[in-house]
Design a protein. Structure first.
Length: 149
């Protein structure tokens, strides 16, 4: 099996970082591209919390989220993925599982690497990872993460 492209979705949590050593190892071994994805939740489609938000307010919130995510992705890529032959940052807006699967198809990803939630004695898969594992057409490597990251 040739691995040319790995997708590592992150939500910037400590749990998501548990997958990084595996991503780094696979990258070194196979000299792969690493696609790093952060998905912004689309707040425009939620019920209003405390009244209605005007469109320009939602747009400002989404723009701030995108700028913040871009900065964080750059920091992660520079700090942890320097040894990658190529890393590519992606930011999407929508349902995380759906966006992960769509990006995997669009970019011809060979493998998805994700960390589990790591809650001892409970279900270790969250809704996103479960949907990805059940619906992916490529291998999904799940990395168990100890409680607390």
């Amino acid at each position: 099996m040739k691995i040319k492209r790995i997708l590592w979705p992150t939500d910037f949590s400590k749990n998501a970082q548990c997958a990084l050593p595996y991503v780094q190892s696979l990258t070194e071994k196979y000299q792969t591209e690493v696609h790093v994805l952060y998905v912004i939740e689309d707040i425009a489609h939620h019920e209003s919390w405390y009244g209605e938000f005007q469109k320009n307010h939602v747009d400002k919130l989404m723009q701030w989220a995108k700028e913040s995510a871009t900065k964080r992705l750059s920091q992660i890529c520079e700090k942890y993925l320097k040894g990658c032959p190529l890393y590519i940052q992606h930011i999407a807006i929508g349902d995380p599982a759906k966006e992960i699967l769509e990006l995997a198809d669009k970019e011809n990803i060979d493998m998805i690497v994700m960390a589990t939630r790591g809650i001892k004695g409970h279900f270790k898969f969250g809704g996103v990872i479960e949907k990805v594992v059940k619906n992916a057409s490529i291998p999904v490597v799940t990395i168990p993460c100890e409680p607390g990251g």
